[in-house]
Ligand binder design. Structure first.
Ligand SMILES: C[S@@+](CC[C@H](N)C(=O)[O-])C[C@H]1O[C@@H](n2cnc3c(N)ncnc32)[C@H](O)[C@@H]1O
Length: 254
């Protein structure tokens, strides 16, 4: 299986904290100027890989999503799985919301995962509160949810999840064609994972997608399970949308 539960990973040279703009690569400088919007406690040694700067969810948005998901998701859901944990923007907010009994965070890049673990400690999330998984989230979801009991049984207890009590949160990379260049962003060309791959990996479970603000609503409407509604919310800061978030209830069929 190409994933494993991990304890605190050591920080590496890739887990950086920039103190002044002259240390920052030119293509990150715009993001560095927004560091306190991303993490209000940036100065307390928040660590990011250079790639993570582009994808981290700003803290006010992450906190609001955690509040909203906490109420949109029915009380029976007590486990949340953040399948693209990145440097921890969302999963820290989920932990601090105190809504979830269990929190599982999956990230495939070890340096980014080390940053997330470290950043969670900076934010006062106790060690052990989040179960960290290093590896491929599609492999993990397939193993955790498919009908193959033999595969499922091989998962250690901390990684076992069931449909009745679990919700999935996905903030995938928004690569490929830039969504900024399109009034309506075609989610089928998003790289490396298009909408179909993402929704198929999550269905029939309840799940949430964190997507570009211009995402095509016609494609999103097709995610609604028969007879159920989905919620679509634009999360804004300073008068501009940062993301479109889609809350999809579980479907009846297994
Ligand atoms: C947009 S970032 C997530 C940012 C995160 N929500 C935050 O606030 O810090 C997407 C992350 O997904 C990770 N990733 C990409 N493909 C993955 C996969 N198949 N399994 C697990 N993680 C993956 C990337 O390494 C990247 O860190």
């Amino acid at each position: 299986m190409s994933f494993k539960r991990v304890d605190q990973l050591p920080l590496t040279d890739e887990c950086k904290h920039y103190d002044s703009v002259d240390e920052v690569p030119w293509d990150l400088q715009k993001y560095w100027h927004q560091a306190y919007s991303l993490f209000q406690y940036y100065d307390d040694d928040i660590r990011l890989t250079d790639d993570a700067w582009f994808g981290v969810t700003p803290e006010p948005v992450a906190v609001r999503i955690a509040q909203d998901l906490g109420t949109i998701s029915p009380p029976a859901k007590s486990t949340i799985v953040d399948i693209f944990a990145g440097a921890g923007g969302n999963v820290i907010a989920f932990a601090l919301s105190e809504r979830w009994e269990r929190i599982i965070a999956v990230e495939k890049d070890p340096a980014t995962l080390a940053c997330a673990q470290h950043n969670a400690l900076v934010y006062g999330v106790p060690e052990g509160r989040i179960t960290w998984v290093l590896g491929d989230c599609f492999d993990y979801l397939a193993a955790a949810k498919d009908g193959d009991a033999a595969v499922k049984d091989r998962l250690e207890p901390e990684l076992q999840i069931d449909r009745a009590t679990t919700t999935i949160f996905a903030s995938p990379p928004w690569g490929g064609v830039s969504y900024r260049d399109h009034d309506v962003f075609d989610l089928s060309v998003m790289q490396p994972y298009g909408l179909k791959k993402l929704s198929q990996a999550c269905e029939p479970w309840e799940y949430t997608l964190f997507l570009p603000r211009t995402s095509d609503l016609r494609q999103i409407a097709k995610l609604a399970p028969e007879g159920k509604k989905i919620e679509v919310v634009q999360y804004c800061m300073e008068g501009a949308s940062k993301a479109m978030v889609v809350y999809v209830p579980e479907s009846e069929t297994v």
